[in-house]
Design a protein around this ligand. Structure first.
Ligand code: ADP
Ligand code: MG
Length: 351
């Protein structure tokens, strides 16, 4: 057979490139909300309120009382790779803020309609401005504002038919959003969070900070969870694990659930770690007589240079130096905690 001519390689339009990238960063409504809430946290807010309509497809609104955005910065706010958090690549090694890529807001403007209302300290009024495809649609308009920033995203994925179709189940996405806010609320116990459906009188997540971790868990996950938790702590300073600390709350043998709940923060970032999750499930199944799935809250601190935060487009995963050793330490701490609480119980039952 005669060989066909190779297809010609063309450079994609910038607008196509941007929309493809945006679809990766903003996978579903809940990813937009995670980015917006993390921006509010980075802005030192003490209160973050979320409103959602139609599972986030019609409307997402995140309001905070943080430091706000300068008027002069509004023109480039939603351009790709504009950020106030990172300047050199080396800064990534020690980055404390949740954001660093300057991509979240830009992405939202390529797959939805973004409006920003913001006021900075000492100003008499705020500004409101809408964005499309990275750019302002008009000059910022002066408006009344209290403190901080409110960002709304309307008609998410209006220009991505396939994505919209796969996200038809609004209740499914709202569940993910409530779960997200619940996790933030029990980690950031100095901050008040709320999450409600548009027009609903009652919030589905409502925490008031400052509070204790246990009270936050009681408020968000309920008394039956909070009642059955034990404190756990590990801190190691040997070579393999120098600077590693973990503290958390884990369920005891009275806790009953069909599914594991694992709320994990590493260096203040909400992440997933399936290897750690599996390791903990194994310990519970092996140690407790009636093996219920556990509730786990853990906050792990590692030297920043041991954590690579830039391995996932949504920053959902991080990669750790010495991951196996760290998982082993946690596994054995959980096991001894479970054993000692089981022994105490057996001892009490003999009395
Ligand atoms: P990143 O968080 O990676 O910097 P984003 O696209 O999420 O990128 O945000 C761009 C910039 O907009 C941030 O660096 C920050 O300066 C500003 N910003 C976004 N949201 C807020 C907010 N809620 N309050 C104050 N500033 C904000
Ligand atoms: Mg951000």
């Amino acid at each position: 057979v005669p060989c066909k001519e190779p297809p010609k390689i063309l450079r994609l339009d910038e607008s196509v490139v941007n929309r493809i990238a945006a679809g990766e960063v903003i996978q579903r409504p809940v990813s937009a909300i995670k980015e917006l809430v993390e921006n509010s946290l980075d802005a030192q807010s003490t209160s973050v309120n979320v409103v959602v309509k139609d599972g986030g497809l019609k409307l997402i609104q995140v309001s905070d009382d943080g430091h706000g955005i300068r008027y002069e910065d509004l023109p480039i706010l939603c351009e790709r790779h504009t950020t106030s958090k990172l300047s050199t690549f080396e800064d990534l090694q020690s980055i404390k803020s949740m954001g660093f890529r300057g991509e979240a807001l830009a992405s939202m403007t390529y797959v939805g309609h973004v409006t920003v209302t913001t006021i900075t300290k000492g100003q008499l009024h705020g500004y409101r401005v809408s964005y499309r495809d990275g750019v302002m649609e008009h000059e910022p308009k002066p408006c009344a504002a209290v403190k901080g920033t409110q960002i709304t995203v309307e008609n998410l994925f209006y220009n991505m038919t396939a994505r919209r179709k796969t996200l038809q189940n609004a209740s499914d996405d709202y569940t993910k959003i409530v779960d997200l806010l619940s996790r933030f609320a029990i980690h950031h116990i100095n901050i008040s969070f709320s999450c409600r459906k548009h027009g609903a009188a009652r919030a589905d997540v409502h925490s008031v900070g400052p509070t204790s971790r246990l009270d936050a868990i009681r408020t968000v996950y309920g008394a039956s969870v909070a009642r059955n938790l034990m404190k756990i702590e590990v801190s190691e300073n040997d070579e393999a694990c120098s600077g590693f600390k973990m503290d958390g709350l884990i369920s005891n043998s009275n806790y009953v659930a069909k599914k594991i709940t694992m709320v994990l923060f590493i260096n203040g970032r909400m992440v997933e770690c399936s290897a750690l999750k599996r390791a903990i499930e194994i310990v519970y199944a092996a140690t407790l007589p009636k093996a219920s799935k556990p509730f786990i809250y853990m906050s792990i601190i590692l030297p920043p240079e041991h954590v690579d935060v830039n391995v996932h487009p949504t920053k959902k995963e991080v990669s750790l130096l010495n991951q196996e050793v760290i998982i082993e330490r946690i596994q054995s701490a959980v096991e001894s905690k479970l054993r000692s609480s089981n022994d105490t119980r057996a001892f009490q039952e003999q009395d």
